[in-house]
Design a protein. Structure first.
Length: 636
């Protein structure tokens, strides 16, 4: 679960379960924390790790290139690059030369800008955010009547549905400014403010627009003057990647098959449009470790760093928590705080470990190869580097639960769906994949199933928590254990898993869809030898409906095996996922009408009557689910 959870919090797309993700929260690789003796962190051991272990991981994962830097005390103590910035030209990746898109690491810079205004008395984290926005940009009232605040925006607890507004670079007619993204792209509310964490790029965009509105400066200029300049981050800037390539030397980005990844316009720029160098990220991590102080620079106010790294929102007191613009990657004796992000063909992360007085930054300019790690698309070189760094220099023992045969865990049974989900468009299919089915195993443990479950057996730890039997993660109950509202994973505090009803369960929907498709598959079978042209036309139209539905399902299944294609379809608004069922709608309606006429006229024998009626109902069920998950193209 760890590898998926972190990826799902990134910027690119909320489909890491079937692809990679959006610029946002990524985290350690999927190995269990270990309790080995720590290697002392020195400049020599850090450089050896970057030169040797990172090179090995690059070879294992098959990505194009990786750059990394390590800081400790008051300086960068190691840095290295491996692989290529341009595969065709075999141009080496060079951390001293290349600038990297930050993706959702950008959110940390945005939070620092917001908190700087808080320190200056210009903003109140707990004031209604509408007090700082112009009338046309103000948020609609939230469920429950509680106003959305900057605290909610910076901890991803505003309750927003997922929004994807990242057209291709060449689709200039779809590009939006920050103001347009905030005013025109306001999402629906799925939850009341503060109810759950649900990672939101739009929420960070609103926070950035508050900075612009209150400061009277363009957001990009304010961050440059009040965050980057005080930290000496002279090579960093908020700028779209196509404009950045005219100024900076940016590595090319690649998909798993080694082809160029499509570059996108990040309309929610505060959420993921920064460009940074490895040296600048070292300066930022050092500021987080040293109370905002910067070597030879003004630095950030100490209150900014304290607010970013403190536990600002927790779903459970003994799991990882959200800071402002950062989150815990792990809690315990050696906590780790940071952020990560993903765009198409790009993966970044930074983590600081205050107890070790150290931090590590990683940037990878491409996806892992399709063959990496046994072909598992959920493994990620960036995560593996960070995890190995922590396991080497600051190992932490895994939580170990114990089966409790006397425990009644039946109240926890059910289906739980990620709180980070879309309310419209094809991105709604994330709920079909990012869900957990929980069962009482009957032996004092929980059984979990689902694509996002890293283990199938979870052992009680007490206080409503359960550890994976392999030690890879901890799951905690939100609310009363007798009637849980949600589950949260220690590996990702940026979203939860909300309990669903049977009628709204993706599992129920999947069963209905499969059953309907199987019935439609028989539509072409004649259940009476003779029939007039109307009954024949009805059967032909329902058969064509089945063909269109199976085409749509086939394209979706293809997307599951080709993450780059699926990401491109969802981000770019391609009709690939929506056109087949859009074609099926008029076919099904006409087929249903002809079937109704045939029934009314008595043209069908009993068996054919039942068969065509079931085919009509099956087409209605499949198409209803298509509408439910945004898989039917609509001309409005």
């Amino acid at each position: 679960m760890k590898r998926l959870h972190r990826a799902l919090s990134c910027l690119a797309v909320p489909l890491v379960v079937v692809a990679t993700a959006l610029p946002g929260a990524a985290a350690p690789a999927p190995s269990a924390p270990r309790g080995d003796e720590a290697v002392p962190l020195t400049a020599e051991t850090a450089q050896e790790f970057l030169d040797t272990r990172v090179a090995e991981l690059l070879e294992e994962h098959g990505a194009p290139g990786v750059a990394a830097a390590v800081v400790s005390g008051s300086e960068q103590i190691a840095a290295a690059s491996h692989g290529y910035a341009d595969l065709a030209e075999q141009t080496p990746l060079d951390h001293t030369r290349h600038t990297f898109p930050a993706a959702s690491v950008s959110k940390s810079f945005t939070a620092a800008a917001v908190l700087t205004l808080v320190e200056q008395g210009e903003l109140d984290l707990h004031e209604d955010v509408n007090a700082y926005l112009p009338e046309e940009a103000r948020l609609a009232p939230a469920p429950g009547g509680e106003p959305v605040t900057l605290h909610h925006l910076l901890t991803h607890t505003a309750g927003f549905a997922e929004v994807i507004d990242m057209p291709r670079i060449e689709e200039t007619h779809l590009h939006r400014t920050l103001e347009e993204a905030v005013v025109l792209g306001e999402p629906e509310y799925l939850f009341s403010p503060g109810e759950f964490a649900a990672y939101s790029n739009h929420g960070t965009a609103v926070a950035g627009y508050v900075v612009e509105s209150v400061s009277g400066m363009p957001f990009e200029d304010y961050v440059a003057e009040h965050v980057f300049a005080p930290l000496g981050m002279d090579g960093s800037e908020f700028v779209q990647i196509d404009d950045a390539r005219e100024v900076y030397d940016i590595p090319l980005l690649y998909t798993p098959d080694g082809s160029r990844a499509e570059e996108i316009h990040v309309s929610a720029s505060p959420a993921g449009a920064a460009m940074v160098t490895a040296d600048d990220m070292s300066a930022f991590m050092l500021a987080l470790l040293n109370g905002g102080e910067a070597e030879g620079g003004e630095g950030l106010p100490a209150g900014v760093v304290e607010a970013m790294t403190a536990r600002q929102y927790e779903a459970h007191p003994e799991t990882t928590a959200m800071g402002y613009g950062a989150y815990e990657w792990r809690a315990g004796d050696s906590p780790a705080v940071g952020h990560a992000g993903d765009l198409l063909g790009l993966h970044t992360a930074y983590v600081v470990l205050p107890e070790l007085d150290a931090g590590v930054y990683v940037a990878v300019n491409g996806d892992d190869s399709a063959e990496a790690a046994g072909g598992n698309p959920l493994l990620d070189l960036r995560m593996a580097v960070v995890e190995d760094f922590m396991d080497t220099f600051a190992p932490q023992a895994a939580a170990e639960g114990t089966a409790d045969p006397g425990a009644d865990l039946g109240a926890l049974e059910g289906t739980y769906v990620s709180t980070r989900r879309a309310a419209e468009g094809p991105a709604q299919i994330i709920a079909l994949f990012d869900n957990l089915v929980v069962r009482d195993a009957g032996d004092g443990t929980l059984s979990l199933s689902g694509l996002t479950a890293s283990d199938d057996r979870w052992l009680p730890l007490g206080d409503g928590r359960f550890s994976a039997s392999d030690g890879s993660d901890v799951l905690a109950v939100v609310g009363d254990a007798s009637a849980p509202a949600a589950l949260v994973a220690d590996s990702n505090p940026t979203n939860a898993y909300e309990r669903t009803t049977l009628a709204d369960s993706p599992i129920t929907h999947a069963v209905v869809a499969v059953s309907g498709l199987l019935v439609l598959l028989t539509a072409a079978v004649p259940f009476q030898r003779r029939g007039n042209r109307w009954t024949l036309a009805a059967r032909v139209l329902l058969s064509l409906t089945a063909l269109a539905c199976f085409t749509g399902v086939g394209l979706l299944l293809y997307g599951l095996t080709n993450s780059a294609a699926l990401e491109s379809w969802v981000i770019g608004g391609s009709p690939a996922l929506t056109a087949p069922l859009a074609v099926a709608v008029p076919l099904a309606l006409t087929g249903a009408a002809l079937t109704a006429v045939s029934l009314a006229k008595g043209w069908l024998r009993p068996l054919a009557r039942v068969h065509l009626s079931l085919a009509v109902l099956a087409s209605a069920a499949v198409l209803a689910l298509g509408f439910r998950y945004g898989l039917v193209w609509l001309p409005f």
